[in-house]
Design a protein around this ligand. Sequence first.
Ligand SMILES: Nc1ncnc2c1ncn2[C@@H]1O[C@H](COP(=O)(O)OP(=O)(O)OP(=O)(O)O)[C@@H](O)[C@H]1O
Ligand SMILES: C[C@@](O)(CCO)CC(=O)[O-]
Ligand SMILES: [Mg+2]
Length: 333
Amino acid sequence: MRVLASAPAKIILFGEHSVVYGKPAIAAAIDLRTYVKAEFNKNGRIRIEAKDIRTPGLTVSFSEDQIYFETDYGKAAEVLSYVREAINLVMKEADKQRGVTVSITSQIPVGAGLGSSAAVAVATIGAVSKLFGLELTPEEVAKLGHKVELLVQGASSGIDPTVSAIGGFLYYQKGSFERLPVIELPIVVGYTGSSGSTKELVAKVRKNYEEMPEIIEPILTSMGKLVEKAREVILAEYDREIKFKLLGTLMNINHGLLDALGVSTKSLSDLVYASREAGALGAKITGAGGGGCMYALAPRKQSEVATAIKIAGGMPMITKISREGLRIEEAEK
Ligand SMILES: Nc1ncnc2c1ncn2[C@@H]1O[C@H](COP(=O)(O)OP(=O)(O)OP(=O)(O)O)[C@@H](O)[C@H]1O
Ligand SMILES: C[C@@](O)(CCO)CC(=O)[O-]
Ligand SMILES: [Mg+2]
């Protein structure tokens, strides 16, 4: 049997990092996907083929106590840890051990704040669970995806695997979510081209928090409050212009607070300011930061903002919200 599953990237509109401390956040799935094909093999090993991760052509096989590298790139085992943990968790859930080959192709830049780790975990859980005959609901896949992130990163709010598994536009807090109405958001994502590790950035914020809780706690509380405000604005009956203006202001405040937490970089802030100067109503980091992506809200100014991002040295992407989360593309007997 062979199963092909896919899961989307996400942007965090408001509330990254503070969500790890139990505050709410708002995120949306977007139309970039990771595809995972899973099939049984006869040699009893787990074989992972990651075709487009930065270590090109990476293939790793492992059995219970050994890892077989078919390329000699140093950090291979670590790079594939999300996929390995996802396969292990599904096998535990199914209470079965069999040789499985998993092949991954992805449209999502890695370490760029667009949830590539969650998408690869969710698509792997989707494909492998179907292969083992488990019928998991998207919520169950999201919970397993959260476990994978906790195992690999040490800390995770679970927002990324939840939005990747469920799709659409979500308000999320401590493992629970509410679907928000999907509004067409005129956004532009700007990619700095550099990457940041979510594990390291979450640890950096934790260190500051532990050293200076009296300074960091109020920042996190403000972030939580601005997310509540953003939810109110999204659900209100205002006309679109007013809504976008208010959301833009909240984005700018959120960016300033993320900068105060130490997760922005010069390139990210350059793209943020270039977008605002080109007419965006708001611009902020999306995801863990330390490199990766920002996004701008730019009604009727998307192409101007895209050009400004390019001139400032970034790569603009005009994306749409994806209503669909995890998708089983094919399941062949
Ligand atoms: N196509 C892929 N194949 C295999 N592993 C992948 C793939 N894409 C992402 N990963 C895993 O996810 C890691 C990057 O995850 P990380 O959480 O640091 O960034 P992100 O998920 O892209 O951004 P963010 O968490 O800020 O949204 C990679 O180092 C790798 O372990
Ligand atoms: C930085 C963070 O808040 C978002 C990463 O996309 C981490 C998490 O919520 O698990
Ligand atoms: Mg991630």
